[in-house]
Design a protein around this ligand. Structure first.
Ligand code: 4AD
Length: 432
């Protein structure tokens, strides 16, 4: 007899099959038991009818507790009443492993309790849906860059330098030398772009951010493309095509997960329409000031209410371009006609989800870069290799970083970034 996965039920209608899974929930009367089964691929219903199975099978079904693992045998049938569309008419149940007093019951639980039980919470249908969307975004990322001739490179995670600012670093001891967990792979991606033309990195990054918000993790995954001979304008086009591709891929391949989460798919479709609107930092400040935001003036970074207002104004992902030099890192160049701003953009997601991409053109020129490093108190010993890139055939280049969990949170339409990571790391949270 064939062992199948629930997700493949549509190919086995009318067949007797086996499924290995767990009891997510159960309802039973004297005559019939409905088992909510999950096997990791999907959730569906198993039906055990007293008059159709041996007595001990019905008794086993009635006695199953939440999260008992089982192998069930039965016939796959269409089930037009359920969203999933299929069920199994169970003929036999083999109990594989017992489960007693499972802590997460179908009733409501507080967030702290669920986070303490994250290793179990992951089993719920909601978490399953979110992780399916995360997985699709990862898959689509590889498809997007591989099909466009990018080479994936893996920057180191242990580094001796801190390009995005020293206050948010996790440090460790590296055989007697200070080392840091990487905040970004960008500088290494730049070196690799000079070797391979178009590259992307995709790996974990770490920031010791003390902010306890619904958008911040201390460990998150970042996708960082870097492109040689590419100026800012072309980079913005890659960014919007990439983000639209992610949304379209989730719409195409995660329909069920989006339904489980109650995500508005019509809204998501709007986010695949290009181009995305753009507004300069200067105009964004004007827009805010004209709309009664008195708490921000030119030179300040945006807070979350500001980003939300700007995004709502456009109802689509929006690029905010040319931020003041003072609030951006050392590697961003200024345009020829102004030295108070830099050639960069952040992409702000709609619906209050905040920044999902930060990117820029990169400064080049040996003397220029040396001066920038010195002005930012970055040691020429540590950054000698990076400075080298300006010695041997420097070219204009641009790149950006998309935060995976921010993208997952937004596209899934969930409230908080903690659910976008299987085992989130946040301020005061490193268990489980
Ligand atoms: O804007 P950021 O800091 O840019 C960089 O690190 C550049 N070096 C990227 C590059 O040009 N290669 O971060 C990029 C993105 C943000 O837009 C956000 O999506 C995500 O990383 N991010 C976070 N996600 C979750 N938790 C945090 N604490 C994050 N900080 C940044």
């Amino acid at each position: 007899m064939e062992r199948i996965r629930i997700i493949d039920s549509k190919d086995h209608v009318g067949e007797i099959v086996q499924i290995g899974g767990w009891i997510a929930n159960k309802r039973s009367s004297g005559k019939i038991a409905f088992l909510q089964l999950r096997d990791g691929s999907a959730f569906f219903q198993g039906v055990v009818v007293k008059t159709e199975v041996p007595e001990e099978v019905f008794n086993t079904a009635k006695g199953l507790s939440q999260e008992t693992s089982v192998i069930v045998t039965g016939e796959i049938r269409e089930d037009s009443r359920s969203k999933f569309g299929y069920e199994i008419g169970i003929q036999n149940i083999e109990v594989v492993g017992e489960s007693n007093d499972y802590p997460i019951t179908p009733k409501e639980h507080g967030t702290d309790f669920l986070m303490d039980n994250r290793h179990l919470w992951l089993r719920s249908s909601r978490q399953h849906a979110i992780m399916q969307i995360r997985n699709e975004i990862i898959r689509a990322t590889y498809e997007f860059y591989n099909s466009r001739g990018f080479t994936k490179i893996d920057p180191p995670i242990l580094t001796s330098s801190a390009p995005e600012g020293t206050t948010e670093l996790f440090s460790t001891d590296y055989f007697g030398q200070d080392a840091y967990l990487s905040q970004t792979g960008q500088l290494y991606a730049e070196a690799a772009a000079m070797a391979f033309g178009k590259v992307f990195s995709f790996g974990p990054t770490f920031r010791a951010e003390k902010s306890k918000t619904r958008r911040h993790l201390t460990e998150f995954w970042m996708i960082e493309p870097e492109m040689a001979f590419v100026k800012h304008e072309e980079s913005l086009q890659v960014q919007e095509q990439y983000v639209a591709f992610l949304v379209q891929s989730v719409l195409d391949n995660c329909d069920y997960a989006l339904d489980v989460l109650g995500r508005d798919k019509e809204l998501l479709k709007i986010y695949t329409e290009l181009p995305f609107p753009r507004i300069s930092y200067d105009d964004a400040i004007k827009l805010l000031n004209e709309n009664d935001f008195d708490d921000i003036t030119w030179g300040d970074d945006f807070g979350s209410p500001h980003e939300t207002f700007i995004a709502n104004h456009f109802s689509k992902p929006v690029f905010i371009t040319n931020y003041p030099k003072g609030i951006k890192p050392f590697y961003m160049p200024s345009p020829e006609d102004r030295d108070d701003v830099v050639i960069c953009a952040d992409l702000i997601a709609p619906e209050g989800y905040g920044e999902i991409i930060g990117g820029s053109e990169r400064a080049i020129g040996y003397d220029n870069m040396k001066q920038r490093l010195e002005e930012n108190n970055l040691s020429l010993d540590e950054y000698g290799w990076y400075l080298d890139l300006n010695k041997y055939g420097p070219v204009p280049h641009s790149g950006f970083g998309l935060g995976l969990e921010r993208a997952v949170t937004w596209i899934s339409g969930i409230e908080h970034i903690r659910e976008a990571s299987p085992f989130p790391r946040m301020l005061h949270r490193i268990y489980p």
